[in-house]
Design a binder for this molecule. Structure first.
Ligand code: GLU
Ligand code: MG
Length: 457
């Protein structure tokens, strides 16, 4: 055994001792599947050394499984005889679960046991691959920094509703509020405290626009760490709601007549000396040429990006005029009606706020896609059009975003620069998975169809 693995072994042994001393008997290893769902396994702590050595085996089709449990035919899965992927715990991410005494969780990395290479569909590996190429594309060593901002609806069980759920609280007019008015039993405070104990860099939260809708902000950090924390955030909010018999949904637009839930990203780029390369105090808007190119990259690749950032059939119902969600491919200085808003801070706080993504996006894919698009803009020295002035949502003032998932997938497939950076293996699996989702939807008879057609025709 090499010196390094002996060191690793003793580190793992010390970790097991420390976990036992702290009363932890189970480690939950979680990793994101293609759509960002947390998959994983609970391991008795004495078996952690084995899991770290040979990995935990899962069927590779975990990446190809629909939310209904169907295995979607994707290369490397069903037709290959349902082979394994291995998951190795990343002990650097180990953290006790505040709501589940005796359990600590950590992230896992999936790899192909035959080659030792990361699994082609692994969202975490995809983001790492994009980040590894940042210097090549940006022309200098850069660190993308991301601050995720997620919204969700909380629901109470309601047997009188066809879905079984009704929005919690429900009163309108509580946007930007905290306290019991829009949150009668203190869900937000309880959740914030759990999340604080989880150590995932949660800053603050408030009631969002619609009844039962909340927004919680995460601190900014390097892109991989931000994706890890956003992934853990979604898993934690859903799990703590389940413990209360509730549903926290990150669906893009769960209810007719209410707004959607966004997954906004605040993005900046630091150079090797830690300076924000989006800032130029000498330019009229305080933005550097690099920032302009990054903006142009995000606009240019927006139709393809939306396949990753708005990844469900439902996502496209969030877009529209007068929604605070985007509809057109535009940008503006401190303008919330634009797809890409440049918040007013300058100096080290100079950043882009990409408002395109919705809460249903896989945190790794939304960040990998956004970083890839802005790197392409910088590489190509792309120039954006003039920024949006005043109220957006005026048809013809800018191109429209795709209006369906199918159109976005076609745009992704056609965007060779973006798919080149994301890799053919990943893109092929993602397109096949999502096109199968559309096929399944097209075969399914919805409530709307029955209401519309059953009675009069
Ligand atoms: N809920 C809006 C969206 O879907 C965003 C509201 C806001 O500005 O925070 O993106
Ligand atoms: Mg918000």
């Amino acid at each position: 055994m090499s010196e390094a693995s002996a060191t690793q072994r003793s580190h793992i042994a010390e970790t097991v001792e420390a976990l036992r001393a702290g009363g932890t008997d189970v480690v939950r290893v979680i990793y994101p599947d293609l759509i960002g769902v947390d998959r994983g396994r609970d391991i008795l702590v004495g078996h952690l050394p084995g899991a770290c050595g040979h990995g935990l085996s899962f069927c590779r089709a975990v990446y190809h499984t629909s939310p209904q449990g169907d295995v979607v035919p994707i290369a490397g899965g069903l037709e290959a005889g349902l082979p394994d992927v291995s998951v190795r715990p990343d002990l650097a991410t180990l953290q006790p679960l505040p709501w589940e005494p005796g359990v600590a969780w950590c992230l896992g990395d999936t790899f192909d046991p035959a080659t030792g290479e990361p699994a082609p569909e692994s969202p975490r590996a995809l983001l790492r691959r994009v980040l590894e190429r940042a210097e090549e594309y940006a022309g200098l060593a850069v660190t993308p920094v991301v601050g995720p901002e997620l919204e969700y609806f909380l629901c109470d069980a309601d047997p009188t509703k066809a879905s079984g759920w009704t929005v919690y609280g429900g009163a309108t007019g509580n946007v930007y509020s905290a306290g019991r008015r829009g949150d009668p039993d203190g869900h937000l405070l309880r959740t914030l405290r759990h999340l604080a104990d989880l150590g995932i860099g949660v800053i603050a939260g408030n009631h969002e626009f619609d009844g039962g809708q909340f927004e919680i902000n995460l601190d900014h950090s390097d892109a991989l760490d931000a994706a890890d924390r956003a992934f853990q955030f979604k898993a934690a909010v859903k799990e703590t709601a389940r413990r209360e018999g509730r549903l926290a949904t990150f669906m893009a637009k769960p209810f007719n007549g209410l707004g959607g839930s966004g997954f906004h990203l605040h993005i900046s780029l630091l150079d090797g000396a830690g300076r924000n390369v989006f800032e130029d105090a000498g330019s009229p808007d305080g933005l550097s040429a690099t920032a302009r190119h990054a903006i142009a990259g995000l606009l240019r690749h927006a139709p393809a990006l939306s396949a990753l950032l708005n990844p469900t059939i439902n996502s496209y119902k969030r877009f529209g005029p007068d929604t605070l969600a985007p509809w057109l491919i535009d940008w503006g200085l401190d303008n919330r009606s634009a797809m890409l808003r440049i918040p007013p801070e300058r100096g080290s706080g100079t950043r882009l706020e990409l408002r395109l993504g919705d809460a249903s996006a896989n945190p790794y894919l939304i960040i990998a896609g956004a970083v890839a698009a802005l790197l392409l803009g910088i590489r190509d020295k792309a120039e954006p059009p003039a920024p949006l002035e005043g109220y957006g949502y005026q048809e013809d003032s800018a191109p429209r975003l795709p209006s369906t998932l199918g159109a976005a997938l076609d745009a992704l497939e056609a965007d060779e620069a973006l798919t080149g950076l994301l890799g053919a293996d990943f893109t092929g699996a993602f397109l096949a998975y999502k096109r199968n989702e559309i096929e399944r939807f097209q075969q399914h008879i919805t409530d709307w169809e029955f209401t519309e057609y059953a009675f009069l025709i």
